[in-house]
Design a protein around this ligand. Sequence first.
Ligand code: ATP
Ligand code: MG
Length: 285
Amino acid sequence: MQSPELREALSRASQVFHWAEDPEPPPFDQVPEGNLKVGVDLGTAYLTIAVLDDQNQPLTGEYQFAQVARDGLVVDFVGAVDLVKIMKDRIERRIGRELTHAFSGYPPGVPRTEVQASAHVVEAAGLICSGLVDEPSAANALVGLENGVIVDVGGGTTGIAVVENGQVVYTADEATGGTHFSLVIAGAHDIPFEEAERRKIDPDQQQVLFPVVKPVLEKVASIVARHVKGFQVPGITLVGGTSAFYRAGEVIEEYTGIPAWVPDYPALVTPIGMAMHNTNMDTSI
Ligand SMILES: Nc1ncnc2c1ncn2[C@@H]1O[C@H](COP(=O)(O)OP(=O)(O)OP(=O)(O)O)[C@@H](O)[C@H]1O
Ligand SMILES: [Mg+2]
């Protein structure tokens, strides 16, 4: 169930996070004081920067569609650095102060050497990388599950973390995500990928698209069912942008037989969770 704190944090984030391609929002009236906590999520589909205050309240953020990483691997290093720099500059102009540190993340199961690539992007963009956390654990920093499973259905992969007594005891990641939804829609309607991607995230079109993507949702459900076998799982919390698709929670619940729910604005959960880990903070003010 969504706690009032979680609902409030996500609702606030949805108002203060901006598409990086939109016109620049006006600067803050007041420069925020205190330590800032920053998360940089180099997702397969969305590149997101989340900025929180020291009470973990979302202050601002930027996100955009970018294909600079694939399944946790940075495939366009220079492109990723350029985009992070541009987004960071916009944020700094908006808040009137510099960002100095950030946390980033990686899908579980990615080799340690590859994981470091995210840290290199963050550093090349002018931020000290304070650390890296696996994505479902980042998500759970915000969701705060004691027992259950976090399923992060992103653009490229589905990440799974089983939580027992507040601790992540098992993680997995498999290559099915929102990009597959878009490919299936593009194929079924004979349209380019970009058009399929646009239609897919339009809430008014999702009901019509549902029969086409249902098999992919069931594939996600089958991945979840396979990984949680053997665990006592009271519930599934779905995060990641693809979880926002029409009836995603219901399909997963029906298939697995485990109650499932989706918080509001699920794409923002993991980046905010990464920022929450950034306790080694900016102390420039
Ligand atoms: N309202 C929506 N309905 C359905 N899908 C959505 C919606 N909003 C975003 N998406 C999809 O969610 C995906 C992006 O989500 P997210 O930011 O969680 O993924 P990511 O972190 O980039 O990928 P990954 O975690 O797999 O590396 C994209 O495929 C996007 O099309
Ligand atoms: Mg992600």
